[in-house]
Design a protein around this ligand. Sequence first.
Ligand code: C2E
Ligand code: C2E
Length: 174
Amino acid sequence: RHIPGDLTLLKNAMQPLQERGYLSLDAFCDAVRRLVSNTVLPENGKGLLVALRPVPGMKAEQLIALCKPRRYGDLATLTGQRICLFLSSCRYSDLDTALRSIFRLPHDEIFSNRLVWFEDAQILTEISQMNDAPGAWHDLPLPTLAPVIKQPVSQQPRIHPQPVTLLQNEVESE
Ligand code: C2E
Ligand code: C2E
């Protein structure tokens, strides 16, 4: 069927990225920058940029082998000690669902910390910093980058059980 020229342009602009999976840092930054600069896609709704720091004793290079994106437009790269993902069209509230489908192991057990950006301007700023100085980017103190969304289970305060005697009156009367 014949599609007028400007509609073809629009249709092409709405296609997801034709890449998926691991990319070199340069290629990753380039692809994310292209996607975020696409004015046909919703403002501040192109997807999530996620930086994941492995638990102590694990290396990002080891964990990237477990990272198997299935959706076109879901990209991964390594920046220093972190794995960085771009999750195409993923909503903030669906991050856990997407991570579960991408990693073979429970992500809470392999990553101790994660940072997430979803606004176009934030994503472009982080991508520029990553591309210009990946070492400096991952060495920045965490609180200044972005809020950590979820504290890993291992760092949550532990609740200690308290002894309780049930049916104390009945026991005493026997
Ligand atoms: P795709 O988006 O590149 O996704 C490739 C495969 O990743 C899918 O193959 C599916 O196995 C998995 N996948 C991606 N996103 C999700 C998700 O949100 N939930 C689940 N449970 N699995 C997901 P599949 O199912 O054979 O789909 C092939 C292609 O068909 C997809 O490629 C996409 O282009 C399109 N598609 C299928 N279902 C939907 C849908 O509900 N919405 C949209 N927008 N496209 C869909
Ligand atoms: P779901 O599988 O429970 O996924 C819920 C939401 O999690 C998705 O909403 C998406 O925002 C995010 N998500 C899940 N898996 C992935 C992933 O591999 N990559 C990315 N980038 N995001 C992911 P969405 O897209 O509105 O999809 C709603 C529901 O539609 C999905 O629920 C699933 O049941 C179905 N669906 C969407 N796309 C596909 C697809 O390609 N294949 C199949 N089989 N189902 C799909």
